[in-house]
Design a protein around this ligand. Structure first.
Ligand code: MG
Length: 179
């Protein structure tokens, strides 16, 4: 039997997005309060938790791969501390936007890669993101899409929330019907 998963975008979903800049060190990583409870809910329903994040700050040489790893180690430690679980896989893409890399969202490469590696049933999985590129990548990969933002986009997501406050409730309902 295949696994089901929730793919998470990072900046703007797991942690506060810094407008026009990158999270380059742990001090700049501000976890949203709602996230630990949400991860716990997903994990306790036997879904995989996978992070898929574009990090072209590395490609732009504004930060190093080591900086990125430090931020991710901090995130994982913080999650363990808050709810006892963390992401099972962190998939990131440091390629520049101009490269139009297949791995970089809005392309589906990272999602497809992680799905293959973790034996995931994409049709029964979801992506949660705050950018149109997350929704496009999700659609191209064949997962259901949850868009959390008050900004309008041209691509129609499967589910839309203005902000993260109702995400727990939405996921609870989605899990119930997604058998
Ligand atoms: Mg984002």
């Amino acid at each position: 039997m295949k696994n089901k998963a929730f793919f998470f975008d990072r900046d703007g979903i797991v942690n506060k997005r810094i407008i026009d800049a990158y999270v380059t060190k742990p001090e700049e990583f501000i976890l949203f309060d709602e996230i630990p409870k949400i991860l716990k809910l997903i994990h306790s329903n036997s879904y995989k938790l996978i992070l898929v994040t574009n990090q072209q700050g590395v490609g732009k040489k504004l930060m190093t791969l080591e900086d990125l790893n430090l931020v991710h180690n901090y995130m994982q430690d913080l999650l363990i501390e808050k709810c006892g679980i963390a992401f099972e896989e962190i998939n990131f893409c440091t390629d520049l936007k101009e490269t139009n890399s297949f791995r970089r969202k809005p392309n589906p490469g990272m999602i497809l890669e992680s799905a293959e590696k973790n034996n995931i049933d994409l049709k029964k999985s979801f992506i949660i993101g705050d950018s149109e590129s997350d929704i496009l990548a999700g659609k191209l990969a064949g997962v259901k899409t949850i868009y959390i933002s008050s900004e309008p986009i041209n691509t129609m997501p499967d589910y839309k929330l203005e902000d993260i406050s109702k995400l727990y409730e939405l996921i609870e309902n989605l899990i119930k019907v997604n058998q």
